[in-house]
Design a protein around this ligand. Structure first.
Ligand code: NDP
Length: 285
């Protein structure tokens, strides 16, 4: 029977760590870390994420600035806003909530954020840094997953880890972080031949696809640790993961719920990344 990895409780621990750090940073550097959050348009899911990020920043005692830009803003105007924040010595982290409206090139926007203010860890130089094993900002969701694995004390060295999904924001970076911890890592995706067989080889299974109930209990090795990144709405409009919790939970040793698993950890790690950006910013000025 799987024990729950409580992302909500662990995220509270992480946010409290940040909250405890902020006064010392303010005393040392004369100001609090400041996160700028940009949202373009009125995507309801994005609005919820952004609200939660700003709320978390307030909880930790950091400053935050919210920029709510209209959906018809030009790419040029958005890039100008980013350039202003890049040059602003009082802004430490810049987050542009994705997805952006279709007329805006997301890659251009990500590339425009100063590398040292890239709290999401999506900038090509931070991505390169991660893959080269350099000290850099790690994307929040993968960082949160690693913190969850550490919280249960699972030994990753020599274990088989399977990551389902190969996105730049979750699948690929979490695979690299698992590799760094000496797991033997397999990345599965939409063209993987027998997904069940691949998943059954996993001691640690991370699923980041965006398809409700894709992974069922019969695809899980007994005793595996299961991390469900997926955030989907089921037919009743309820939030659910990529893993069929009812059949997976009895087979696994540890499992993350949805909601209350990886989601809150992503936001908590964003707070950690803002502190990291603040500190590198202090060195830069
Ligand atoms: P993407 O859509 O960018 O990537 C999905 C990946 O899943 C792709 O690599 C795709 O393969 C793969 N895939 C699709 N169908 C299958 C299939 N049938 N079998 C195996 N693999 C498949 O998604 P993201 O990584 O951005 O997000 C994944 C999920 O995680 C979403 O539900 C998202 O909402 C959630 N999420 C949650 C976060 C949190 O904080 N909890 C943060 C970020 C995301 P291919 O490359 O071949 O197309």
């Amino acid at each position: 029977m799987g024990q729950i990895i409580d992302g909500k409780a662990l995220s509270q621990v992480v946010k409290d760590e940040v909250k405890a750090e902020v006064p010392a940073l303010e005393a040392k550097y004369g100001r609090k870390p400041c996160l700028a959050v940009i949202i373009v348009g009125e995507n309801p899911a994005s609005q919820v994420y952004v609200r939660n990020k700003v709320k978390a920043a307030a909880y930790t005692g950091m400053e935050s600035r919210l920029f709510e830009l209209p959906s018809d803003i030009s790419e040029e105007a958005l890039l100008q806003q980013i350039a202003i924040l890049n040059d602003d010595p009082l802004t430490d982290g810049i987050l542009v909530q994705l997805p952006l409206p279709g007329h805006i090139d997301e890659e251009k926007v990500i590339d425009a954020i100063a590398r040292e203010k890239d709290v999401d860890g999506f900038h090509p130089l931070n991505v390169a840094g991660l893959w080269l094993g350099k000290d850099c900002i790690v994307p929040c969701t993968p960082a949160g997953i690693m913190r969850m694995l550490d919280s249960i004390g699972v030994e990753l060295k020599g274990k088989n880890a399977v990551v389902v999904g190969r996105s730049n924001i979750v699948g690929k970076p979490v695979a690299k972080l698992l590799l760094d911890r000496n797991a033997t890592v397999t990345i599965a995706h939409s063209r993987t031949g027998d997904l069940g067989e691949v998943c059954r080889s996993a001691d640690v299974l991370v699923v980041a696809v965006g398809k409700a109930g894709l992974v069922t209990g019969d695809m899980i090795k007994p005793g595996a640790v299961v991390i469900d990144v997926g955030m989907n709405r089921n037919a009743e409009g309820k939030l659910c993961g990529d893993v069929d919790y009812a059949s997976a939970e009895p087979v696994s040793s540890w499992i993350t719920p949805v909601p209350g698993g990886v989601g809150p950890m992503t936001i908590a790690m964003l707070m950690k990344n803002t502190i990291a950006c603040f500190l590198s910013h202090q060195k830069a000025y």
